[in-house]
Design a protein around this ligand. Structure first.
Ligand code: AMP
Length: 399
């Protein structure tokens, strides 16, 4: 069965067509600037070359129409008709407390997702628009929602509750939810598989270090803690997001800079992280790394603060699980950044008996251990594949 995986943002739509039995990628692409002037679609069939086309897309229905057109195109398409697409898997950012696993999208599930909109006002409405556009054009194809928050629903209350008046949880469901769950789940399972060990016997820490970044503690196959919270702003220092700060800074800066709470939150989301720390050098870790090597003081500070925060979370999660067997690095920086991995492991994790294998640490894009055989804790790089994880979940529910 071919599964179409859709990841829909407010003005973009990423897609992949995956053969669920062989797990091979058949085609992938991206629609950008939906509803904005200059919208375009890029499309790459597996083994073929990438095509880009500027074409007006007023809304997400237009975008899905273009995706279907690309996939079924006589010359460069990969399927003859929509009938060759067995199901659609949609990435959904926030499932609140309602979804501890993926769900077939029916009216009841869709209204439960809409009820989570105020927990993720930037993401969930866009996800729903994509789902509705898809349902309009593919009314007979089963659809599944896969939630970023679902994997973290196994956290105990002591990990997900904030030290706030209890009534905020009762009235508004203010608590830690965590994000990137599809990636944390995929990577932790994959690590066990690669090591030939039983997933349920391991204590694993997954460091998903991309533009957005989070850490999770996975004990005996279940997530017991994670660094992102009610929203994806908490935790690590990220590309543009601050991660943990003293909450009183919000009021302090609002007064000093004459800003509203919304404006301060926007600074914390869009102008902070390594971008802010580096004095606006860049949010891209490749640029920060270049600045680090060139001796740019603020780039050095951004790299050091980033690595230090990751190391502190690893320490916290070793305590949370009373030990650790495997630490995994994944996502853009985690998979491709030997310097960041070395800064974290060599500077802070010696007490765990970790010995990095320099040669392995310099490799990229492989599911491998990057520690020497005598290392007491295994550190690995495990490339994440959220689309494949969504396709697997979708297939599991519809076959
Ligand atoms: P993601 O959000 O997972 O796509 O990750 C994006 C981040 O990964 C960006 O900050 C990129 O700069 C970073 N990244 C990608 N390739 C490399 C690389 N070769 N070295 C360091 N960082 C990289």
């Amino acid at each position: 069965m071919n599964i179409l995986v859709i990841n829909c943002g407010s003005s973009s739509l990423k897609f992949q067509l995956i053969n669920a039995e062989t797990e091979q990628l058949i085609a992938k692409g991206l629609c950008e600037r939906i509803g904005i002037e200059g919208s375009k679609i890029s499309y790459t069939p597996a083994g073929g070359s990438k095509e880009e086309k500027e074409t007006p897309m007023e809304n997400h229905t237009d975008a899905i129409r273009m995706v279907i057109e690309a996939l079924t195109n006589e010359k460069t398409g990969v399927v003859k008709s929509l009938e060759e697409i067995g199901a659609v898997g949609h990435r959904i950012v926030h499932g609140g407390e309602k979804f501890a696993e993926a769900a077939i999208l029916n009216e009841e599930v869709l209204s439960a997702i809409a009820e989570c909109n105020d927990l993720a006002p930037l993401h969930n409405p866009a996800n729903l628009i994509g789902i509705n556009a898809c349902r309009k054009l593919m009314p007979d194809t089963p659809m599944v929602g896969v939630f970023d928050t679902a994997f973290h629903q196994t956290m105990p209350a002591k990990a997900y509750m904030y030290g706030l008046p209890y009534e905020y949880y009762e009235k508004y469901k203010v608590r830690r939810y965590g994000f990137h769950g599809t990636s944390h789940s995929y990577v932790s399972k994959r690590a066990a598989e690669v090591l030939g060990k039983n997933y349920e016997d391991l204590k694993i820490i997954v460091c998903h270090l991309g533009n957005g970044a989070s850490v999770s503690a996975v004990k005996n196959g279940k997530c017991v803690d994670t660094s992102m919270g009610l929203t994806p702003l908490e935790g690590l220092i990220m590309g543009t997001r601050s991660g943990d700060i003293d909450p009183a800074i919000m009021e302090f800066i609002a007064h000093k800079e004459n800003k509203t709470i919304e404006e301060v939150i926007s600074v914390l989301n869009k102008k902070s992280g390594v971008l802010g720390l580096s004095g606006n050098l860049s949010s891209d870790f490749r640029d920060i790394e270049e600045g680090y090597h060139a001796g740019n003081e603020k780039a050095v500070l951004a790299m050091e603060a980033f690595a230090y925060r990751v190391a502190k979370y690893i320490g916290a999660y070793v305590a949370a699980m009373n030990g650790v067997d495997v630490i995994c690095f994944t996502a853009g920086v985690g998979e491709n950044g030997p310097l960041v991995r070395r800064m974290i492991c060599d500077n802070y994790l010696g007490y765990l008996g970790i010995n990095l294998d320099e040669e392995a640490n310099n490799r990229r894009g492989e599911d491998i251990s990057i520690t020497t055989p005598d290392s007491r804790v295994i550190v690995m790089t495990v490339p994440t594949n959220e689309e494949l994880a969504i396709a697997r979940e979708t297939y599991r529910l519809v076959r």
